[in-house]
Design a binder for this molecule. Structure first.
Ligand SMILES: [Zn+2]
Length: 283
């Protein structure tokens, strides 16, 4: 009874902090989000710090790997700042890391703007336009608050509310870093294990990610090519990015449906230079 009263009090507190139903400005999908952005950003920052300090994680300092990723990320971030997500994109303290791991064809972007790309993605992305499509997709998961939405849904709600309670009381960050939170952000308990978002989130990230990448000056047709390469790569074993980003039959068809909208963005901006990504060095 006492606990319930405390939860209601917490909920009222969260509502007072501007937590509410949101509508995606591009797809008009309504979202129930029970977390303030400040808290969500903090969770993203913590998860990122936790991953980067993991002794198993090797951070690339090789300019051949880091420079193209930074170049593409900078254009995607600039486009996001001019998009309908401008408020969030300007609030985020963006950071970009390249992780040396040729076996992991993956990337992620966390709330608060923390981006990581694994070198194993390079052969599938092939060039900076391919990378832009993946980063556009990942950045939309963060900007459209998919992690917070997932945290607000049943499975991990209690963990998060408990964590939020602690965070609100102390402004500290210890307790929230439970596996449920990592899971909601799309990260497994082990570094490098990314968990699938829902189909609605994937679809939204595909759609709006392609628009943002086009606005950043990259040919949206590359979105179709990269999904084709994902499917071809790995033979029987799908690359990790595909296993966490389910490939259903309608995906490429949907991309084609959104293509005219994306082309109209692409037609209005100066086109980005598109260099080939470096080959893997057999690490
Ligand atoms: Zn995704």
């Amino acid at each position: 009874m006492r606990r319930r009263r405390a939860s209601i009090g917490l909920l009222m507190g969260l509502l007072a902090m501007g937590v509410s139903c949101a509508t995606n400005p591009y797809t008009e999908r309504s979202q129930l989000i029970l977390l303030p952005t400040s808290y969500e950003d903090k969770l993203g920052d913590q998860a990122y710090a936790q991953i980067l300090k993991d002794p198993k994680v090797r951070i690339s300092r090789d300019p051949k790997e880091v420079d193209p990723v930074r170049r593409v990320a900078a254009r995607i971030i600039d486009a996001a700042k001019q998009s309908k997500y401008a408020e969030a994109a300007n609030r985020f303290a963006w950071d970009v890391t390249v992780i040396k791991d040729d076996k992991t064809a993956n990337a992620f972007a966390l709330p608060g703007g923390k981006i990581a790309v694994y070198t194993g993605l390079f052969p599938i992305a092939q060039n900076e336009a391919g990378l832009a499509m993946v980063l556009g997709h990942e950045v939309i998961h963060a900007l459209a608050r998919h992690g917070a939405e997932r945290m607000s849904q049943g499975m991990v709600a209690e963990v998060v509310l408990k964590g939020a309670e602690v965070a609100l009381q102390t402004q500290g960050v210890g307790a929230p870093m439970k596996s449920g939170v990592m899971q909601a952000l799309g990260l497994g308990t082990q570094v490098g294990v990314l968990l699938p978002f829902s189909r609605a989130h994937e679809s939204e990230a595909d759609h709006v990610g392609m628009l943002i990448a086009a606005q950043a000056g990259y040919d949206p047709q590359e979105a179709v090519h990269i999904w084709e390469r994902m499917q071809q790569a790995g033979g029987g074993q799908p690359p990790e990015y595909l296993s966490t980003h389910p490939s259903h039959g309608t995906r490429i068809k949907q991309l084609e449906e959104w293509m005219p909208e994306a082309r109209s963005y692409y037609a209005q901006v100066p086109h980005a230079p598109v260099a080939t990504l470096p080959p893997l060095q057999g690490r």
